[in-house]
Design a protein around this ligand. Structure first.
Ligand code: DX5
Ligand code: ZN
Length: 221
C-alpha cells in the first residue's frame, strides 16, 4: 500500500480567511489539501469553484486533491486543471461516461480519481480500475461536513483494497473521519484520510497541528 496521507478538507475552514486557514494546516502537517467542490445539483449544497481554488494555489506546493461533487463534470475539468489541481476526482454517479471523464483528466496531465457514494458498489469500478490513480470511498452522503461515519464503509474499503491489488492507486476515505475511527479505517485498507470538521472544528489554527497528529497517531497505531 501507498504511504499514509492526511488530507484536511477546506470545506470546514473559515472562508473569510481562507489563505491563512490553508497555511495553518500546511504548517500543521497536512499531506494533501482536500478541495470539495459542490454544485447544488449533484449534491444539495453549493461550496466554491475553480477561481476560489486558484486564489489559494499560491499558498502551498502541497498536492491539491480536488473532489468534484458536480454534474456534469467534463465541461469543468480543464478549469480545475488550470486552477492548480493535482488530483481530480469525479463521482461514478455523475454521468454515464465515467471512462471518458477519466481519460480527459489524464489528457490534462492530472491524476484521475473516482468517488463512490455510499450506495454504489465497488464493482462499479471493475472496468476502470486500470484508468485511475485514486479511489475515493464516501463514508457519508456527500454534501456537508460534520456528518457521522457510516460503519458499512469499512467493508467497502476492504473490497476496494482487494480490487486495487498491487496497483499504484491511493485508497481514500471521506466523511466522518476522526482520531477515534482512523485506526480501523486504515486497517480496512485506506491510505488517504480526509478530515474536515475533525481538523477545522472551532477554526482555531493553534489546534490544527495537534488534531492532524492525533489522526496520524491513531492511523499508525
Ligand atoms: C462531504 C465532503 C467531505 C467533507 C468531510 O460531502 O466531500 O470532504 O468536507 O467533512 P467531515 O470530515 O467533517 O465529515
Ligand atoms: Zn470531499
Amino acid at each position: 500500500p501507498r504511504p499514509l496521507r492526511i488530507a484536511p478538507s477546506i470545506l470546514s475552514a473559515d472562508f473569510s480567511r481562507l489563505g491563512d486557514e490553508v497555511r495553518a494546516i500546511v504548517d500543521g502537517g497536512a499531506d494533501y489539501i482536500h478541495v470539495d467542490v459542490m454544485d447544488g445539483h449533484f449534491v444539495p449544497n453549493i461550496s466554491f469553484g475553480a477561481p476560489i481554488m486558484k486564489s489559494i494555489r499560491g499558498v502551498t506546493d502541497k498536492v491539491f486533491d480536488v473532489h468534484l461533487m458536480i454534474a456534469p463534470t467534463d465541461p469543468y475539468l480543464a478549469d480545475f486543471a488550470k486552477a492548480g489541481a493535482d488530483i481530480i476526482t469525479v463521482h461514478a454517479e455523475a454521468g454515464p461516461h465515467l471512462h471518458r471523464s477519466l481519460q480527459a483528466i489524464r489528457a490534462l496531465g492530472k491524476k484521475a480519481g473516482v468517488a463512490l457514494n455510499p450506495a454504489t458498489p465497488v464493482s462499479a469500478l471493475e472496468h476502470v480500475i486500470d484508468d485511475i490513480d485514486l479511489l475515493l470511498i464516501m463514508s457519508v452522503n456527500p454534501g456537508f461536513g460534520g456528518q457521522s461515519f457510516i460503519r458499512g464503509s469499512l467493508g467497502k474499503l476492504r473490497q476496494a483494497r482487494a480490487l486495487i491489488g498491487g496497483r499504484d492507486i491511493d485508497l481514500e476515505v471521506d466523511g466522518g473521519v476522526t482520531a477515534d475511527n482512523a485506526g480501523e479505517i486504515v486497517a480496512a485498507g485506506a491510505n488517504v484520510l480526509v478530515a474536515g470538521s475533525s481538523v477545522y472544528g472551532g477554526n482555531d489554527p493553534a489546534t490544527y497541528a495537534g488534531r492532524i497528529q492525533a489522526i496520524r497517531d491513531a492511523a499508525t497505531g
